[in-house]
Design a protein around this ligand. Structure first.
Ligand code: 5RP
Length: 237
């Protein structure tokens, strides 16, 4: 099975969690987009929910599908957020932000009773860190913030370069909130809580992509003999 098939299988299982009248956080990325597509089909069939998108891209997609949308300021408490992840470990700790939406994703997830991750099972890891850790930073004093992030990373027992994320045009990638992204290429993160706390101590860091104690479940789809087999970590309800 292809990656899109697996993403769709995980998204379809997550759709079973959606009930009429729910206030839903809508994640960002290709797996979350598969969920939004399926949700749009249900809405066309009459399901009434309200969605709070975590990015401008998801907003455009959901709007195009006719999903009723609200800003988090209008609906500040959500029932359920469905989102993808770049890595997930067996304690439901995540790396997110590959799509540069980590700040809004974390705000929306933390405003939700439940955050359910949907992903290709290849995203499941024993130890976080093979995926570069995204760190959203203010543009003011970027060079100084980067040095301080490097020091925080080392103090947390991690090693590896911290690079400014550039787009295909060679310019710094900008988030929806107008910030830059640093990617910390650490290989392994032995103590994610320690690293998260160290990054928080750096002025200029707006948010980091470690989601710790936020996800309540993960739906992971793997190819087993040509069909999608879904594994659930955590509690879906
Ligand atoms: C965006 C994210 C995405 O959820 C993450 O990058 C996974 O994306 P995909 O489903 O395309 O693999 O954190 O900021």
């Amino acid at each position: 099975m292809s990656g899109p098939d697996l993403r769709r299988a995980a998204a379809a299982r997550a759709l079973d969690l959606v009930e009429p009248g729910m206030r839903l956080g809508l994640g960002t990325g290709s797996t979350a987009a598969a969920f939004v597509d399926l949700l749009g089909a249900r809405v066309r069939d009459g399901l009434d929910v309200v969605g709070v998108p975590t990015s401008e891209a998801t907003h455009r997609q959901a709007e195009g599908l006719g999903i009723r949308l609200a800003r988090l300021d209008e609906v500040p408490h959500l029932d359920l957020t469905i989102d993808g992840a770049d890595e997930v470990d067996d304690h439901l700790r995540l790396i997110k932000g590959g799509g540069a939406a980590l700040l809004r994703e974390k705000i929306v997830a933390c405003a939700s009773d439940r955050m359910v991750v949907i992903a290709d099972a290849a995203k499941r890891v024993a130890t976080l860190g093979a995926f570069p850790l995204p760190i959203e930073v203010n543009l003011f004093g970027l060079a100084a913030t980067r040095l301080a992030v490097e020091a925080a990373v080392a103090a947390a027992g991690c090693q590896g370069p911290v690079d400014l994320r550039l787009g295909k045009d060679g310019k710094p990638v900008m988030t929806d909130g107008g910030h830059a992204i640093l990617d910390a290429r650490l290989g392994t993160i032995p103590d994610p809580e320690r690293l998260g706390a160290a990054l928080w101590s750096v002025p200029g860091v707006v948010e980091h992509g470690l989601f710790l104690g936020i996800a309540t479940a993960a739906i992971l789809a793997a190819d087993v003999g040509g069909r999608a087999e879904v594994t659930v970590l955590g509690r879906l309800v």
